[in-house]
Design a binder for this molecule. Structure first.
Ligand SMILES: C[S@@+](CC[C@H](N)C(=O)[O-])C[C@H]1O[C@@H](n2cnc3c(N)ncnc32)[C@H](O)[C@@H]1O
Length: 285
């Protein structure tokens, strides 16, 4: 059902019943909590999608999403629209200092020819995995004896496209990244008006991205990681989901490997094969 009168779309409203249906679906599929106070945010974000598709009402949109046993490509757009992707280069900098001062020297000491593997789980637009890549690369500059790889995953395909591109605006790069690292790892766009930077190819080659939904029963990742960053995403889930997600993540963390979580999240009282090393930093038993 496609309409062309754009005025209808501007006035489209998501009813409480429609939000309850959509919210229950989003919660079941992504784990993200959908309390009633998220209705306005969901309405505003999905309205953009209604405009793109020239669909004039949420009733018609929900029929489009849920009709014919579910429109899978549109469901991806729903997840893209509702996910909160706030991130930064060197966010929660204490984690990167711990990596540099403790984790990397320890790995260097103990490694037996293996590659240092890091998983940025819920990596958003790439700032976190590229920060990790810069830190490991800097360590390698003075300890050139091992190789590394960074793996970034997220549920949002839209955000993963941005991450893979590795293009960031000057406002995102300049205040957060030390100038000597900007010089080394970012290329300025030749078109000065654009004021964007792209991560250099050598660093991009070290970082791969893939879509992963934490709600999947199994993550189908064959690698075991030395480090997992799972930061500022657990906060969107109920506690039982947080624990189930972390149990699955722990299966891909090497014994002795480190897990980092966000400063506004807590693992207290959870049944996990981890020991606490520092606030927000755990080690796999
Ligand atoms: C606030 S960002 C955090 C980014 C980064 N880790 C940081 O700390 O800066 C949260 C990310 O979690 C992702 N996310 C939400 N639900 C998810 C799920 N069920 N599976 C995988 N990723 C999810 C979102 O798409 C979003 O990019």
């Amino acid at each position: 059902m496609v309409f062309n009168d754009i005025r209808d779309i501007y006035s489209a409203e998501l009813s409480n019943e429609q939000f309850a249906r959509l919210g229950a679906f989003i919660n079941r599929e992504t784990g993200i909590k959908m309390p009633p106070d998220k209705k306005i945010m969901v309405q505003a974000r999905l309205k953009k999608r209604l405009k793109e598709l020239s669909i004039p009402s949420f009733e018609a949109y929900l029929a489009y999403v849920f009709g014919n046993n579910g429109n899978h490509s549109e469901i991806i757009h729903v997840f893209d629209a509702i996910s909160t992707n706030k991130t930064d280069f060197f966010r929660e900098p204490i984690h990167f200092s711990f990596l540099k001062d403790h984790v990397l020297p320890e790995f260097k000491e103990k490694r037996k020819g293996s590659i240092f593997k890091v998983w940025s789980a819920a990596c958003s637009s790439g700032e976190e995995p590229y920060t990790l890549a810069m830190c490991v690369n800097e360590f390698l500059g003075v300890n050139p004896s091992f190789d590394y790889s960074i793996f970034g995953t997220d549920i949002s395909t839209l955000i993963l496209k941005m991450a893979t591109n590795g293009v960031f605006t000057e406002e995102r790069v300049k205040p957060a990244v030390p100038a000597y690292l900007v010089q080394k790892y970012f290329m300025k766009n030749r078109d000065a008006i654009k004021r964007t930077f792209r991560i250099v190819p050598e660093l991009r080659a070290k970082v791969t991205f893939n879509r992963l939904n934490f709600m999947d029963e199994s993550y189908h990742i064959s690698s075991k990681f030395d480090v997992v960053f799972c930061r500022n995403v657990l906060i969107y889930f109920d506690r039982n989901i947080q624990e189930a997600v972390l149990q699955k993540i722990c299966r891909n963390l090497k014994p002795g490997g480190y897990l980092f979580h966000g400063h506004s999240e807590s693992l207290l009282g959870m049944d996990l094969p981890l020991k606490n090393v520092q606030p927000t930093i755990f080690q796999r038993i």
